[in-house]
Design a protein around this ligand. Sequence first.
Ligand SMILES: NC(=O)c1ccc[n+]([C@@H]2O[C@H](COP(=O)([O-])OP(=O)(O)OC[C@H]3O[C@@H](n4cnc5c(N)ncnc54)[C@H](OP(=O)(O)O)[C@@H]3O)[C@@H](O)[C@H]2O)c1
Length: 249
Amino acid sequence: MSIHWQDKTALITGANRGIGLGLVQALINKGIKRIYLTGRDFAAQQSLAIQLKNPATELIALQLDVTSAKDIQQAAATISQLDFLFNNAGIATGSGFIAENSGDIAVQEMATNYFGPVNLTRALLPALKKSSGGAIVNVSSIAGIANMPLLGPYSAAKAALHSFTQCLRAELAKIHLLVQGVYPGPIETRLTEGFDLPKATPAEVADVVLAAIENGEEDVFPDAMSLNWYETFKANPKQLEKEYASWLG
Ligand SMILES: NC(=O)c1ccc[n+]([C@@H]2O[C@H](COP(=O)([O-])OP(=O)(O)OC[C@H]3O[C@@H](n4cnc5c(N)ncnc54)[C@H](OP(=O)(O)O)[C@@H]3O)[C@@H](O)[C@H]2O)c1
């Protein structure tokens, strides 16, 4: 599908760094008309808007903590039309389910990684329904395909986001809005600091995601590790579960 990016608008959650920032830069490279740079640190979005100022793309900073009903309501009241929603913001706290503090971690990770995208998508649907040829992009994780016990509650929240993506896709099938799930492996961002694995860059992920939108792809494995692990999963789901479990030692 050819996309006339110059007429399009996008909103990115967690725009200020990592994969979110990679998406911002890739969309600017495409010459998109407008990007809402959103995050819980408003000053960070404002300084990004100044830093990336350019004649083709209007950059609008918005305060948007995806766990805040008030922020979501305010964003929905501000935005009347939207083509691309990137549900990118996420947190990961290395934890399983049986440690003392893991209950709180599970609640926080569900709030940010699952309920955040669900609530924001629902609030922005009226604006998205005005788009012709837009997309909702949910950044899940390869850990949402099989649980990585080193990131147990995170994996569960990303699996919930994957399931939400499937349901949304079915529910929106008649209105020509692409609903895309992205399932990265290890990417070079603050989230994976200290993980000793080969990592792709946010710019590489962003380029794959935008190309996949242009091709109308629903499921995106944007790096070599996620592609490999997904091949394992397709051949034998139990094998991937066991591989991830073996990292616990
Ligand atoms: N890096 C990886 O290997 C990897 C692999 C698979 C999936 N992912 C997913 O990719 C997405 C982006 O992560 P990243 O790797 O780019 O990590 P990152 O560099 O840590 O960036 C995370 C972004 O999310 C924002 N954020 C966190 N909680 C938020 C909230 N409640 N409301 C709004 N924004 C919030 C952060 O903002 P602050 O500056 O305020 O903290 C930051 O902008 C996440 O959903 C993550 O789970 C990453």
